[in-house]
Design a protein. Structure first.
Ligand SMILES: CC(C)(COP(=O)(O)OP(=O)(O)OC[C@H]1O[C@@H](n2cnc3c(N)ncnc32)[C@H](O)[C@@H]1OP(=O)(O)O)[C@@H](O)C(=O)NCCC(=O)NCCS
Length: 182
């Protein structure tokens, strides 16, 4: 099912960041607006998930599902007539998961002014097999100094995500053990 060849030892060859880096571009129209007349945050989040999903699929060589999206930041409002560019790359890989970093840029569709950053997000995707079970992904090889910084920062976020999940699980188990029913 996956396009990624296995080595004789069963290890999947690593892939450089640039092999799956992708940009998705879209012009915002009247159907993308919220009640204030600017672009709905959910429209941007869908583009972010689409771009990140394409990157995760390309890197892992098969299907990948969104496990989490965090630190979605909206820096500036996006307007009708903005050409939005959603740039995504694999920042970090685990055994079956990948952190994808996304940067959202916007420029007027008919002007030659430089694009401005309007948002960013980090998503974790899990590569899955036909049965939806997590499958191993190729390790990502950061190429530039910026890729290396993003890899290191992604490791920090991974550590914090795991610690937060563990702490909340322990708290809930403790409350249940104490007979607290909420
Ligand atoms: C994501 C999913 C495959 C994880 O399955 P699971 O049985 O919990 O498997 P695991 O615990 O082995 O997790 C697989 C990997 O995902 C990571 N992961 C799972 N949940 C995560 C979360 N909430 N945040 C970050 N990473 C997560 C794990 O750390 C693990 O990474 P690793 O293999 O690199 O160490 C499963 O929860 C799922 O299918 N979720 C629905 C996904 C979906 O439909 N998304 C679209 C939403 S509409």
């Amino acid at each position: 099912m996956t396009e990624q060849a296995q080595t004789p030892e069963g290890e999947i060859p690593a892939k450089p960041t640039s092999a799956s880096r992708t940009t998705l571009s879209h012009i915002m129209t009247g159907s993308d607006t919220n009640l204030l007349g600017t672009v709905h945050g959910g429209v941007i989040m869908k583009l972010v998930d689409d771009a990140a999903g394409a990157v995760a699929g390309r890197h892992s060589g098969g299907p990948a599902v969104t496990a989490s999206m965090d630190e979605m930041v909206f820096l500036e409002p996006v307007r009708v007539g903005d050409l939005v560019h959603v740039r995504a790359q694999v920042n970090w890989t685990g055994r079956s998961s990948m952190e994808v970093g996304v940067r959202v840029m916007a420029e007027r569709w008919n002007e030659s002014t430089p694009a401005q950053q309007v948002g960013s997000a980090y998503l974790v995707f899990a590569a899955v097999d036909e049965a939806g079970r997590p499958r191993q992904v190729p390790q990502v090889v950061p190429e530039t100094e910026r890729d290396k910084r993003r890899y290191q920062e992604a490791q920090i976020r991974r550590t914090h995500r795991l610690a937060r999940r563990r702490a909340i699980k322990e708290l809930r188990e403790q409350r249940a053990a104490d007979g607290i029913d909420d």
